[in-house]
Design a protein around this ligand. Sequence first.
Ligand code: ZN
Length: 255
Amino acid sequence: MWIDTHSHLYLEAFSSDIDAVIQRCLDNRVNHIFLPNIDNKSIAPMMALQEKNPQLFFPMMGLHPCDVNENFEQELMQMEVWMQSNTFFGIGETGLDLYWEKKHLDLQIQSLIRHIKWAKQFQKPLILHARESFPELLEVIESEMDETLFGIFHCFTGDNEIAERILDLNQFVFGIGGVISYPKSDLKKTLKIIPIEKIVLETDSPFLPPTPHRGKRNESAYIPIIAEHLVDVYQLPLQTIAEITSSTAKNIFKI
Ligand SMILES: [Zn+2]
Protein backbone atom coordinates (compact mmCIF):
# COMPACT_ATOMS: atom_id res chain seq x y z
CA MET A 1 0.00 0.00 0.00
CA TRP A 2 0.95 3.66 -0.44
CA ILE A 3 0.42 6.66 1.85
CA ASP A 4 0.05 10.25 0.66
CA THR A 5 1.20 12.24 3.71
CA HIS A 6 0.20 15.65 2.30
CA SER A 7 -2.77 16.30 0.02
CA HIS A 8 -5.42 19.04 -0.20
CA LEU A 9 -8.13 16.95 -1.90
CA TYR A 10 -10.85 18.96 -0.12
CA LEU A 11 -10.14 22.03 -2.29
CA GLU A 12 -12.47 23.39 -4.96
CA ALA A 13 -10.21 21.92 -7.68
CA PHE A 14 -11.64 18.46 -6.87
CA SER A 15 -15.26 19.30 -6.07
CA SER A 16 -16.70 18.26 -9.43
CA ASP A 17 -15.10 14.79 -9.64
CA ILE A 18 -13.96 13.81 -6.15
CA ASP A 19 -15.53 10.32 -6.41
CA ALA A 20 -13.46 9.55 -9.52
CA VAL A 21 -10.34 11.00 -7.81
CA ILE A 22 -10.90 8.72 -4.80
CA GLN A 23 -11.44 5.70 -7.06
CA ARG A 24 -8.12 6.36 -8.84
CA CYS A 25 -6.37 6.50 -5.42
CA LEU A 26 -7.82 3.12 -4.45
CA ASP A 27 -7.02 1.64 -7.90
CA ASN A 28 -3.38 2.68 -7.34
CA ARG A 29 -3.37 1.33 -3.76
CA VAL A 30 -3.00 4.77 -2.18
CA ASN A 31 -4.91 3.74 0.93
CA HIS A 32 -4.20 6.52 3.42
CA ILE A 33 -4.28 10.24 2.65
CA PHE A 34 -3.34 12.90 5.21
CA LEU A 35 -5.06 16.27 4.79
CA PRO A 36 -3.17 19.35 5.98
CA ASN A 37 -5.46 22.29 6.75
CA ILE A 38 -5.00 25.77 5.23
CA ASP A 39 -7.21 28.24 7.13
CA ASN A 40 -10.60 28.47 8.89
CA LYS A 41 -12.53 28.31 5.62
CA SER A 42 -10.98 24.98 4.62
CA ILE A 43 -11.87 23.14 7.85
CA ALA A 44 -15.52 22.35 6.94
CA PRO A 45 -14.73 20.87 3.48
CA MET A 46 -11.79 18.94 4.97
CA MET A 47 -13.99 17.40 7.68
CA ALA A 48 -16.73 16.63 5.12
CA LEU A 49 -14.20 14.72 3.02
CA GLN A 50 -13.06 12.70 6.04
CA GLU A 51 -16.67 11.88 6.86
CA LYS A 52 -17.13 10.57 3.30
CA ASN A 53 -14.37 8.01 3.78
CA PRO A 54 -12.88 7.87 7.30
CA GLN A 55 -10.67 4.86 6.44
CA LEU A 56 -8.97 6.82 3.66
CA PHE A 57 -8.73 10.39 4.98
CA PHE A 58 -6.90 11.71 8.04
CA PRO A 59 -7.38 15.44 8.78
CA MET A 60 -4.76 17.68 10.38
CA MET A 61 -5.13 21.14 11.92
CA GLY A 62 -3.20 24.34 11.36
CA LEU A 63 -2.90 27.68 9.60
CA HIS A 64 -0.83 27.86 6.40
CA PRO A 65 1.99 30.44 6.69
CA CYS A 66 0.78 32.20 3.51
CA ASP A 67 -2.53 32.86 5.29
CA VAL A 68 -1.01 34.37 8.45
CA ASN A 69 -2.02 38.02 8.76
CA GLU A 70 -2.97 40.49 11.52
CA ASN A 71 -5.96 38.28 12.45
CA PHE A 72 -3.99 35.07 12.96
CA GLU A 73 -4.60 34.94 16.74
CA GLN A 74 -8.35 34.78 16.14
CA GLU A 75 -7.99 32.04 13.52
CA LEU A 76 -5.83 29.98 15.88
CA MET A 77 -8.38 30.39 18.67
CA GLN A 78 -11.12 29.00 16.43
CA MET A 79 -8.84 26.10 15.52
CA GLU A 80 -8.33 25.34 19.20
CA VAL A 81 -12.10 24.97 19.56
CA TRP A 82 -12.09 22.38 16.75
CA MET A 83 -9.25 20.51 18.45
CA GLN A 84 -11.23 20.16 21.67
CA SER A 85 -13.89 17.97 20.04
CA ASN A 86 -12.14 16.28 17.08
CA THR A 87 -9.12 14.09 16.50
CA PHE A 88 -6.49 15.53 14.20
CA PHE A 89 -3.54 13.42 13.11
CA GLY A 90 -1.01 16.21 12.71
CA ILE A 91 -0.44 19.92 13.34
CA GLY A 92 -0.20 21.94 10.14
CA GLU A 93 0.53 22.94 7.80
CA THR A 94 2.60 25.62 9.43
CA GLY A 95 6.09 26.96 8.76
CA LEU A 96 7.54 30.00 7.04
CA ASP A 97 7.01 31.25 3.50
CA LEU A 98 9.19 34.17 2.43
CA TYR A 99 8.37 33.90 -1.26
CA TRP A 100 5.32 36.19 -1.17
CA GLU A 101 5.06 37.87 2.21
CA LYS A 102 8.35 38.92 3.76
CA LYS A 103 6.59 41.64 5.74
CA HIS A 104 4.67 39.06 7.78
CA LEU A 105 7.74 37.14 8.93
CA ASP A 106 7.33 38.14 12.59
CA LEU A 107 3.65 37.06 12.56
CA GLN A 108 4.52 33.82 10.76
CA ILE A 109 7.08 33.04 13.48
CA GLN A 110 4.54 33.72 16.25
CA SER A 111 2.01 31.43 14.53
CA LEU A 112 4.67 28.73 14.03
CA ILE A 113 5.57 28.80 17.72
CA ARG A 114 1.90 28.32 18.67
CA HIS A 115 1.75 25.28 16.33
CA ILE A 116 4.90 23.88 17.98
CA LYS A 117 3.19 24.18 21.39
CA TRP A 118 0.14 22.29 20.03
CA ALA A 119 2.35 19.56 18.55
CA LYS A 120 4.06 19.08 21.92
CA GLN A 121 0.80 19.25 23.87
CA PHE A 122 -1.13 16.75 21.68
CA GLN A 123 1.96 14.67 20.80
CA LYS A 124 1.20 14.94 17.07
CA PRO A 125 3.64 15.47 14.19
CA LEU A 126 4.38 19.05 13.16
CA ILE A 127 3.89 19.53 9.40
CA LEU A 128 6.33 22.19 8.17
CA HIS A 129 6.16 24.24 5.00
CA ALA A 130 9.31 26.11 3.93
CA ARG A 131 9.73 28.29 0.88
CA GLU A 132 12.85 30.46 0.61
CA SER A 133 12.99 30.14 4.39
CA PHE A 134 14.97 27.05 5.45
CA PRO A 135 17.56 28.98 7.52
CA GLU A 136 14.90 31.04 9.34
CA LEU A 137 12.66 28.00 9.87
CA LEU A 138 15.47 25.79 11.17
CA GLU A 139 16.54 28.48 13.61
CA VAL A 140 13.06 28.39 15.21
CA ILE A 141 12.83 24.58 15.19
CA GLU A 142 16.32 24.10 16.63
CA SER A 143 15.59 26.50 19.47
CA GLU A 144 12.23 24.83 20.30
CA MET A 145 13.57 21.28 19.89
CA ASP A 146 13.12 18.79 22.71
CA GLU A 147 12.40 15.05 22.94
CA THR A 148 8.62 15.62 22.51
CA LEU A 149 8.82 17.46 19.15
CA PHE A 150 8.73 15.49 15.88
CA GLY A 151 7.32 15.82 12.38
CA ILE A 152 7.77 16.27 8.64
CA PHE A 153 9.55 18.87 6.51
CA HIS A 154 6.91 18.75 3.79
CA CYS A 155 7.97 19.26 0.15
CA PHE A 156 11.63 19.17 1.09
CA THR A 157 13.81 21.04 -1.42
CA GLY A 158 16.85 22.03 0.68
CA ASP A 159 20.53 21.43 -0.09
CA ASN A 160 22.97 19.07 1.67
CA GLU A 161 23.67 21.49 4.50
CA ILE A 162 19.95 21.94 5.28
CA ALA A 163 19.41 18.17 4.98
CA GLU A 164 22.18 17.54 7.51
CA ARG A 165 20.70 20.01 9.99
CA ILE A 166 17.31 18.27 9.69
CA LEU A 167 18.92 14.83 10.11
CA ASP A 168 20.65 16.17 13.25
CA LEU A 169 17.23 16.99 14.75
CA ASN A 170 16.73 13.19 14.75
CA GLN A 171 12.94 13.35 15.06
CA PHE A 172 12.01 14.88 11.70
CA VAL A 173 11.57 13.22 8.31
CA PHE A 174 11.53 14.53 4.74
CA GLY A 175 8.34 14.77 2.65
CA ILE A 176 9.23 14.01 -0.98
CA GLY A 177 6.83 14.87 -3.81
CA GLY A 178 6.60 15.75 -7.51
CA VAL A 179 9.64 18.05 -7.43
CA ILE A 180 11.85 14.93 -7.54
CA SER A 181 10.70 14.37 -11.14
CA TYR A 182 11.66 17.86 -12.35
CA PRO A 183 14.78 17.82 -14.55
CA LYS A 184 16.12 21.06 -13.02
CA SER A 185 15.80 19.86 -9.41
CA ASP A 186 18.90 18.86 -7.39
CA LEU A 187 16.79 16.83 -5.00
CA LYS A 188 18.06 13.44 -6.22
CA LYS A 189 21.64 14.51 -5.40
CA THR A 190 20.65 15.66 -1.90
CA LEU A 191 18.78 12.40 -1.26
CA LYS A 192 22.11 10.56 -1.47
CA ILE A 193 22.83 11.67 2.11
CA ILE A 194 19.29 10.96 3.39
CA PRO A 195 18.51 7.37 4.45
CA ILE A 196 15.34 5.93 2.85
CA GLU A 197 13.97 5.37 6.38
CA LYS A 198 13.78 9.16 6.80
CA ILE A 199 11.48 9.68 3.80
CA VAL A 200 7.71 9.87 3.46
CA LEU A 201 5.85 10.40 0.19
CA GLU A 202 3.43 13.20 -0.61
CA THR A 203 1.71 14.84 -3.57
CA ASP A 204 0.68 18.27 -2.17
CA SER A 205 -2.33 17.92 -4.52
CA PRO A 206 -3.52 19.91 -6.44
CA PHE A 207 -0.08 21.56 -6.59
CA LEU A 208 3.34 20.40 -7.89
CA PRO A 209 2.29 17.48 -10.14
CA PRO A 210 5.06 15.05 -11.14
CA THR A 211 6.21 14.71 -14.75
CA PRO A 212 4.37 13.89 -17.10
CA HIS A 213 1.42 15.70 -15.46
CA ARG A 214 3.15 19.08 -15.05
CA GLY A 215 0.93 22.06 -15.76
CA LYS A 216 -2.16 20.06 -14.79
CA ARG A 217 -3.87 19.22 -11.52
CA ASN A 218 -1.98 16.91 -9.18
CA GLU A 219 -3.80 14.10 -7.36
CA SER A 220 -2.99 11.52 -4.71
CA ALA A 221 -3.15 8.63 -7.20
CA TYR A 222 0.24 9.84 -8.55
CA ILE A 223 2.18 8.70 -5.46
CA PRO A 224 3.60 5.61 -7.28
CA ILE A 225 4.90 7.90 -10.09
CA ILE A 226 6.86 9.88 -7.47
CA ALA A 227 8.10 6.67 -5.85
CA GLU A 228 9.51 5.42 -9.20
CA HIS A 229 12.14 8.16 -8.90
CA LEU A 230 13.26 6.80 -5.52
CA VAL A 231 13.88 3.43 -7.21
CA ASP A 232 16.70 5.14 -9.17
CA VAL A 233 18.13 6.93 -6.14
CA TYR A 234 18.09 4.05 -3.66
CA GLN A 235 18.39 1.09 -6.06
CA LEU A 236 15.52 -0.66 -4.29
CA PRO A 237 12.43 -2.36 -5.80
CA LEU A 238 9.24 -0.28 -5.87
CA GLN A 239 7.60 -2.69 -3.43
CA THR A 240 10.37 -2.08 -0.86
CA ILE A 241 10.02 1.70 -1.29
CA ALA A 242 6.28 1.32 -0.59
CA GLU A 243 6.89 -0.79 2.52
CA ILE A 244 9.58 1.44 4.04
CA THR A 245 7.91 4.81 3.35
CA SER A 246 4.50 3.55 4.54
CA SER A 247 5.99 2.18 7.73
CA THR A 248 7.77 5.50 8.42
CA ALA A 249 4.50 7.39 7.82
CA LYS A 250 2.54 5.07 10.11
CA ASN A 251 5.12 5.55 12.86
CA ILE A 252 5.05 9.34 12.56
CA PHE A 253 1.25 9.55 12.52
CA LYS A 254 0.82 6.75 15.10
CA ILE A 255 -1.78 4.81 13.10
ZN1 ZN B 1 0.33 21.88 1.37
